[in-house]
Design a binder for this molecule. Sequence first.
Ligand SMILES: *Cc1c(COP(=O)(O)O)cnc(C)c1O
Length: 403
Amino acid sequence: MPQRGRIFLATPGPTNVPDRVLRAMHRAAEDFAAPPFSETARSCLEDLTKVFRTRGRAFCFIGNGHAAWEVPLVNLVEPGDAVLVPISGRFSQSWAEMAECLGLETIRLELPRDLPLDPATIEAALRADQGQKIKTVLVVHNENATGIVSDMVAIRRAIDAAGHPALFVVDAISSLAIEPFAMDEWGIDCTLTASQKGLMLPPGLSFVAMNERALAVAETCRHPRRYFDLNFRRGAMTYQWFHGTPPLQQIWGLRESLDMLFEEGLEAVVARHRRLADAVRACVACWAEAGDLAFHCAVPEARSNAVTAIRTAPGIDPDAMRRLARDSYQTALGAGLGDLEGMAFRIGHLGDLNEPMILGTLAATELALRRSGIASGSGGLEAAIESLALDDAARPTRASDPA
Ligand SMILES: *Cc1c(COP(=O)(O)O)cnc(C)c1O
């Protein structure tokens, strides 16, 4: 049977690429050293710093989020130095594995999977590091696997309270242009993100921002590196910014996506994610009353505005339900990852989305739940509509809201 209509992409990355971005990328190849492209690339790198909210510098890498993970590891830390990684889900765990693989002493802080990161544990680990071997604290802002957003300001305070000089490095891959984020104001030294989440671009690019303090460390860092070397990338030529041929069409797409974000306004972008996430949470809370489903995150305030992780009761196969949603209703949901494999599914609500798309996703999910014999009660969609009907100003504040 041919499938009709649009696919509803509710995976927490990749996200929908707006038609405007697709059209902007529909361009012939060109001389990348000539002004139309080189000026556009320069404007993109400058404007990215506005999204990160930093007076520092932004870099672009041809590679997904995993590539961006490697950038601080080889530019800010030398083999034999240590990194501290609070682990609360599949993504933070993979980042720690990468650090270890690159020869860094990796101090893993195993933390509960259903709670936001505990700043006190991080502070204690830093206090215990008498010789100050730890050079960076690697923190995932929004743990995509668990749908939990942690408080970056509290973690900065914890690092300061310990009086530790380690650099604060944040994975904002599924939070930038989604959740409130302010790199300089929050005292973050290095932030990384990828193209296919809040930036609404095809996968394949990633971006790293560093402040002066991190750039100074990168300048003298002796970790062997070539492609990821930021010192080379700070050169004057377009060729250097990308360490080779630039991804021409993707940069035109990035220009368009940045324009779209600025047209909407970054605060409005964040408010829209909050609004759509509230609707998903209202619906899931209703489903949960029937007993088969539950929010994975135990702290309502820390439930992510990018993705909602939903645990299924023992004996339920969430992946069969996801296959049904995908194959019968063109709705792609995220799988449970890491510890949650086979025990959860995730609804992504990030990127180029609006109210009807969220309602369609929730309706198709409820349909797939019902046809899979998974209890979802009634009233979920009604609760989502009621939530969407609220004024933004009437929404209670959340811990992650900007001060
Ligand atoms: C998506 C994501 C990643 C991985 O990005 P890839 O582009 O798949 O390599 C890493 N961290 C977080 C928090 C993410 O959401």
